[in-house]
Write a protein that binds this ligand. Structure first.
Ligand code: UD1
Length: 346
């Protein structure tokens, strides 16, 4: 056993895949989760995949006392991977205080937990949203960060600034912020995947729910962008590739390979696909026709976002392995499994 890693939000989408990867790489993963937007049965699924059921601390990390007690109990952890946060862009626009309070308090309580207990390393779940509308493509980590379009996005940018200040003031603590492009897909077993509550906001769960008959029609937000087919370009990345990158980031910190005590890395494939590429690939992978229609642009959408991937390759020794078909077929397998008898309770 290589040591204990705390995964906040470990029952969630990217968190659960990362827990699997940690266990597969010999770490003990302890999940901190309040289950506000995730399901406990995911831990049984993780056991089905890895043979080990991770321990769960049911804790609301935005609550100072609860967070204090949980971190004290696991003061022997080598690192924390921080996924616990609200993530619905539209909701954050309507309820900014909810987002700032939850996402920032839980981070502050986590950093305090590190100080109180001497847990030296943290990996933070960030987003390409911190680049706003980029001036230069592909987007490298040297691109200027800008005010994101939503309070959700702004919590990511503010969290990075907090981490930078924290690392500067405390030289024995190290942080890595991982800026995800567009995470999609599911574990190849079909046992864990994205579990959006209510109507999904993101493209892929919308596509798979339409195909499964849960939703009636997919709306394509605009076909008048300057791209090959008029629809926006994104860098879709398989969630299992993302999970592996988190393990690499943990290894970098625990073996002191980091070059400064606050580092940021993009996590993307470097390939850009349009919305229609996604639809066409889905139709060919699933062998069915999607019911979709072109509508007006969605506010806040930009034409193109895709990553420069060389820094993660050189420094983290990580690059994506899965292609678009793998991403889409695994997401479809997960959606079909979900609809064929999974109990949504507990
Ligand atoms: C969105 C968020 C981003 C967040 C990321 C997390 C916005 C503006 N950005 O990124 O801050 O970090 O999710 O996953 O919400 N699309 C449709 N129809 C749909 C849904 C999406 O055409 O029903 C299109 C969008 O216009 C976009 C592409 O699909 O071109 C991808 O959209 P989405 O999955 O929501 O991701 P982003 O907007 O890139």
């Amino acid at each position: 056993m290589k040591g204990k890693i705390i995964v906040t939000g470990g029952c969630g989408y990217i968190g659960s895949h990362t827990v699997v990867s940690l266990i597969e790489n010999g770490y003990e993963a302890v999940v901190f989760d309040n289950l506000s937007n995730s399901k406990e049965f995911i831990l049984d699924r993780i056991k089905e995949i890895t043979g080990k059921k991770p321990r769960l601390e049911k804790v609301d990390l935005a609550d100072e006392q609860q967070a204090k007690a949980a971190y004290k109990k696991h003061r022997d952890a080598m690192a924390i991977i921080n996924f616990a946060a609200y993530k619905a862009v539209g909701e954050s626009v309507k309820e900014p205080l909810l987002y700032y309070k939850n996402n920032l308090s839980s981070l502050l309580n986590t950093l305090q937990g590190q100080v109180d207990n001497g847990i030296e390393n943290i990996i933070f779940s960030s987003s390409a949203t911190v680049y706003g509308e980029p001036d230069v493509l592909p987007i490298s980590e040297n691109n200027e960060t800008k005010r994101p379009f939503s309070p959700y996005g702004n919590t990511k940018k503010m969290a990075e600034e907090i981490l930078e200040d924290f690392s500067y003031a405390n030289s024995n603590f190290s942080a890595i912020s991982l800026r995800y492009f567009n995470p999609i897909g599911a574990h190849q077993s079909g046992l864990i995947g994205e579990f959006p509550s209510g109507t999904p906001n993101n493209l892929l769960p919308y596509v798979t729910q339409c195909a499964a008959g849960v939703l009636k029609e997919l709306q394509v937000f605009g076909n008048d962008y300057p791209s090959k087919d008029g629809t926006p370009i994104r860098d879709y990345i398989h969630v299992v590739d993302l999970a592996v990158a988190h393990v690499k980031a943990v290894e970098r910190l625990v073996t002191n390979k980091n070059k400064s005590n606050f580092e940021v890395f993009n996590l993307g494939t470097g390939n850009g696909y349009t919305v229609l590429d996604i639809i066409n690939t889905f139709e060919s992978v699933a062998n069915l026709k999607l019911n979709y229609k072109i509508v007006g642009r969605r506010e806040g959408d930009v034409t193109a976002l895709y990553a420069a991937t060389n820094l993660a390759k050189d420094e983290l020794d990580w690059q994506s392995k899965f292609d678009l078909e793998d991403m889409i077929s695994s997401a479809w397998k997960w959606e079909q499994n979900l609809r064929s008898g999974t109990k949504f309770s507990n």
